[in-house]
Design a protein. Sequence first.
Length: 257
Amino acid sequence: MASWYDHPQYFDMVFRDETASEVKFFEQAFSRFADGAVRRLLEPGCGSGRLVAGMAAKGYELTGVDLSQPMLDYLKRRLQRRGLNAELSCGDMTCMSFAEKFDAAFCTFNTFRHLTDEASAEKHLRNVADHLRKGGLYILGFHLIPMDADPECTERWTARHGGTTVHVTLKVIDFDRKKRREMLRVSVKAEKRSGRVERIRSEFPLRIYTPAQARKLLNKVSDVYQIAGIHDFDYDIDEEREFDNDLTDALFVLKRK
């Protein structure tokens, strides 16, 4: 079994359908919430870089940071194929260091939950804030877990591209509300046009957040951010959400004070 993160092409196929909606939302959020023009963008935890490439294609200056060198190598090749440019850095998203400030940053679809303790989560938020100019934005998206959530959860997707069909199963194999950690298993079956089949399995922990726990964390960094908008994974800029127990797919637009 190979690792999910060592095969960016499959990772990318699963999430590529979300890219257009996210790119559109980012631009709408910049226009609605940011002070001044937005040009320089940062994506911590950029992975295979679908959003880095998507925003670079819109003319923005991009910097992507990720711990996985295979992901960054894949992104570099993708940018070269499309004639796009971005600065790429292999490193920890809790201790990034760049000379110039950014106009906005984004981190969506649960990447933030890979920071599995409170100190790391707060350190990351402050690290991003240190790199944003005043009036800039941090668009942060992650799932919240209701108190009555079923800990036994399995999701399945199928994606197709270029003669390859990828079947993905995401299963929660351990759920500890007290420790605020769930262990996920991602199983991938990739069927090539040639008939060859490749199987990948990865297991990794994610931090659990209830709406109240997310609110508590964001209150800790209220000296550097204000919540400018709350949305969900429908990426509808005109559909504002309340910060309540019904909020599960949370998309926060944080504005640098």
